[in-house]
Design a protein around this ligand. Structure first.
Ligand SMILES: Cc1cc2nc3c(=O)[nH]c(=O)nc-3n(C[C@H](O)[C@H](O)[C@H](O)COP(=O)(O)OP(=O)(O)OC[C@H]3O[C@@H](n4cnc5c(N)ncnc54)[C@H](O)[C@@H]3O)c2cc1C
Length: 614
């Protein structure tokens, strides 16, 4: 019996549907309940919210905390910091909005049981750096998941959302979403008055450094499949800064975090000869990007750039001099715990390579690029800003609503506001939740309608990879190579190769150009055609097929944005070899795109960057 004929169909009606139960989604569910006491709030998650998302495994620091109760920092300071790190281009209104609320979020985390380390001398939270506070964070995710579970009317774990549903009569309004249960294959139709997408950014878009036996080991969790972008951009939401991919400097091979080592323990980074190359390369960097080189601290991408130049000059490996700072037992514990709280694999790499950080330095390197909106980059949807501080052309309705009516976002979904991290993403979820409640309450009788024809078509599309496999496997004569279909893994490897070789991955030292990008788009369009011929041998592979689909759409946005933006603004994240310099006269602007599902066309444009903080 075919899987199709035995399929269950489930309908779930809600006032507010939250897609993705990571940091943004849990914040959205929590706050929606606070303002919408009687509303039906549904949270849907492809894994299990207890341990899901980018940092399911835990963290050792909360990276966004002002400390206003002790007068440590003010929201405007944070805007200046994020603006500096992104070399001038951020949505200051959105960042300010998060910064003014984020402390309250962190205080709630502590109230809910998250152990935050204290400075024994001051009694305040122990600072890792100016914006970070240290936590014992192995159980960080279960703690925030509990708050979401208690707030949502229903949590549907193990449902992979594949598409958003659009309103039958108003094409630019969202009406819900569809997906399938990754355990039993049931088809789910979620009808909702408002939808908040918090489905996270994307790893495995560019070919990772770890291949062969280490395949799958990446800095960003391998299950982060860019669904935040794959869902909203196909619904016609305007996107910004999709070219602004992130590259991280981390301990080599294990991708272990360096924050506690450099910021708290003050370990320095040198080239193989012990030289401080960052300082030595300052003038060279200044000639490339001008005043932005003087930003303190030096922007993340420029620090990558200095390292890359050093490696190209043959002065690598680059080392973090851990052995010079571990002079007490406490410091040694902090160093190890930093890895054990969030990247146990790094400790294993050190053990396997006979590295005792007390005895020898450890290699650092740059990662492959990732696409995300909450870390040191800000890809994502263009969103309406807060009424009291967003410039008028940044507001068209409800705070954190995208350009699609009723469609909100949080965390990696929303573009222009880098450095939210875990606490800021939860805070943004809260902001989006509050707005979505207001939207639903003001809808009155004007409710969205789901188009049954659209639902039927999507059902066929979603389960087609199972049929492709059932039919296509009969043509296999030996092994597993099928003439009639490609597997999700084959598709993923093809995508990673295209992005690596043409869009500025590790294979080209992050360099790309107009001809390379055009060739990448050409090859990607062929891969998109082949997505209709993906074969999934079971429900698990069906999930992989749809994760690939979201990654491919996101990649197209990355390619098109990178092509449209004719400058190199963030050397160290990527280089336009044909436009190697930063060009403020033309490009002190956001890069925007909008996909039109009716025509299949992408409309590219620039959007103004307004500075609201001195
Ligand atoms: C490696 C790494 C280290 C980090 N370190 C720190 C740190 O030290 N301190 C700090 O404060 N922050 C840190 N961050 C940042 C923080 O993790 C993110 O900012 C935050 O998780 C973003 O929240 P989000 O809700 O957008 O995405 P996520 O938290 O990733 O949540 C997305 C959720 O959506 C679900 N989902 C995805 N696709 C679908 C789909 N199609 N259908 C249904 N559900 C779906 C996922 O399973 C997941 O639960 C780190 C991030 C990374 C990647």
């Amino acid at each position: 019996m075919s899987l199709r004929s035995s399929r269950n169909i489930k309908f779930v009606d809600s006032d507010i549907l939250v897609i993705g139960g990571g940091f943004g989604g849990c914040g959205a569910a929590y706050e929606s309940r606070y303002w919408g006491r009687n509303l039906k709030i549904t949270l849907v998650e492809k894994a299990n919210i207890e341990r899901s998302g980018a940092v399911a495994h835990g963290l050792s620091a909360i990276n966004c905390y002002m400390g206003m109760q002790w007068g440590e920092n003010q929201p405007a300071d944070f805007v200046r910091y994020a603006r500096g790190d992104l070399m001038g281009l951020v949505r200051e209104d959105l960042i300010f909005d998060i910064a003014r609320h984020v402390d309250a979020t962190v205080h709630k985390f502590e109230e809910w049981g998250l152990p935050i380390m204290k400075d024994p001398e001051t009694g305040r939270y122990l600072r890792e750096g100016k914006w970070q506070v240290m936590i014992h964070g192995e159980s960080y995710k279960p703690i925030i998941a509990e708050a979401a579970r208690k707030s949502a009317s229903e949590v549907h774990n193990r449902i992979m959302v594949t598409h958003l549903l659009m309103d039958k009569v108003r094409p630019n309004r969202v009406a819900g979403a569809v997906g399938f249960n990754v355990r039993d294959g049931s088809f789910y139709v979620f009808r909702a008055k408002a939808v908040i997408v918090a489905a996270g950014g994307g790893s495995h878009i560019f070919k990772p450094r770890s291949v062969g036996e280490g395949a799958g080991r990446t800095w960003y969790a391998p299950w982060s499949s860019a669904s935040a972008y794959g869902l909203v951009l196909r619904a016609g939401a305007k996107m910004i800064q999709m070219e602004n991919r992130v590259v991280l400097t981390r301990f080599k091979d294990g991708y272990g975090p360096v924050g506690a080592w450099s910021l708290l323990l003050k370990a320095i980074t040198t080239n193989a000869y012990g030289d401080n190359y960052e300082a030595a390369r300052f003038d060279e960097i200044k000639s490339l990007v001008g005043k932005y080189a003087e930003t303190k601290p030096m922007p993340t991408c420029l620090r990558n750039h200095a390292m890359l130049q050093e490696i190209k000059a043959g002065k690598g490996p680059i080392y973090m001099q851990t052995q010079k700072v571990l002079d007490t037992k406490e410091k040694e514990e902090i160093g190890w715990e930093d890895l054990l709280d969030m990247t146990v694999g790094q400790a294993v790499v050190w053990a396997s390579q006979n590295i005792d950080p007390k005895e020898k330095p450890s290699e650092l390197t740059t990662s492959e690029p990732y696409v995300m909106g909450s870390h040191a980059t800000c890809s994502g949807a263009w969103a309406s800003g807060p009424e009291d501080c967003a410039p008028t052309d940044y507001q068209w309705g409800y705070n954190r609503m995208t350009t699609v009516e009723g469609l909100f976002g949080a965390g990696d979904t929303i573009g222009g506001s880098a450095h939210k991290f875990s606490s800021g993403s939860f805070t943004e979820g809260r902001i989006a939740g509050k707005s979505a409640v207001k939207y639903v309450m003001e809808l009155a009788g004007n409710l969205p309608q789901v188009d049954e024809v659209q639902v039927k078509m999507l059902e066929e599309t979603i389960f087609k990879p199972l049929e492709n496999f059932e039919v296509g496997r009969n043509e296999i004569v030996a092994g597993s190579v099928a003439p009639g279909y490609i597997s999700p893994l084959q598709g993923l490897q093809r995508l990673e190769k295209i992005m690596d070789e043409y869009a500025g991955g590790i294979g080209t030292f992050y360099v790309t150009s107009e001809p390379m990008l055009n060739r990448g788009i050409e090859l990607l369009s062929m891969l998109k055609e082949d997505l209709d011929h993906i074969g999934a041998e079971d429900i698990h592979q069906l999930q992989r097929a749809w994760e690939l689909n979201h990654r491919v759409w996101t990649s197209e946005a990355v390619l098109r944005h990178t092509l449209y933006r004719q400058e190199t603004r963030w050397p160290g994240y990527y280089y336009r070899g044909d436009y190697p310099k930063l060009n403020d006269a033309e490009w002190h602007a956001f890069t925007a795109s909008q996909y039109d599902a009716k025509t299949g066309e992408w409309h590219m444009s620039k959007l103004p960057v307004h500075h609201i903080i001195e």
